[in-house]
Ligand binder design. Sequence first.
Ligand code: AMP
Ligand code: ZN
Ligand code: FE
Ligand code: FE
Length: 281
Amino acid sequence: MIIDLHAHSTASDGSDPPARLVAIAAETGLGAIALTDHDTQMGIEEAAAAAAHAGVELIPGVELSLQHERGGMHLLVLWLENGAGPLQNRLEGLRLGRDERNMRIVEQLSAAGLPLTIEEIVEQAGGGSVGRPHIAAVMMARGYVPDIRTAFDLWLGSGRPGYVGRARLDPGEAIGLARESGAVPVLSHPHTLGITTAGEMAAVLGPLADAGLVGLEAMYSSYRPHERDGYAHLARRFGLIPTGGSDYHGTYKPGLALGTGYGDLVVPGSVLDELREHASH
Ligand code: AMP
Ligand code: ZN
Ligand code: FE
Ligand code: FE
């Protein structure tokens, strides 16, 4: 069995509605997918209903952005039960932080000569948790940039004129809240930490593992085979389970498929068995 433990829907910055995501999983022959929208569980109910009919297991989750000096620390929270709970209750505040940040991005881009409105960004998001990919899509529609990647490279990425930070959870607190909620925290795409030395990696991963981190995303779409092996090895050194997912976003990440990533991603179902033991429901 092949699975995918990292995917986004229209509930955040993916382009496929949750039920469509499940249908694509079934067409692709995936046995299970995790829905991990940014800061929201809004797509879970629809995805779970579709999964029940499609013969695909749906793992409910979210992806959080954490406070880290270099930026780029994301956490997948798997088996996060839909509804109220210690971590669940924090999600609305995180989405409000996004709204404030998005308004400031609009102000900065407008001041830089790229006028756009919060209304068209909210419309682009279609009712879901609003993120920078939606802003990038509006910039593309207005002809400011040729594609989403360029919008990030020139304007929205860290250090660019349209970059604005936002409130993020402390890593130890987020991992603690995830565990208290009965869910399984996994560090996403570790390369975005921007760490290059083994010593620094140990200094960051050690405390996360001590705080209750369960897995590390070693099988990721953009990784070469030796990177997947390297991260898997690193995970085991810290007692973490090497996990995997595509980070599918539909048209917001062109060329990246659910399950198979850029063509060579394979996440075995055995990962699910190992992770599941750490979920408390
Ligand atoms: P936000 O959560 O609103 O800060 O937006 C971050 C999201 O933007 C990430 O989760 C990715 O989905 C996307 N993203 C970040 N960097 C890039 C990039 N260089 N190109 C395309 N998408 C990106
Ligand atoms: Zn995203
Ligand atoms: Fe991420
Ligand atoms: Fe993601």
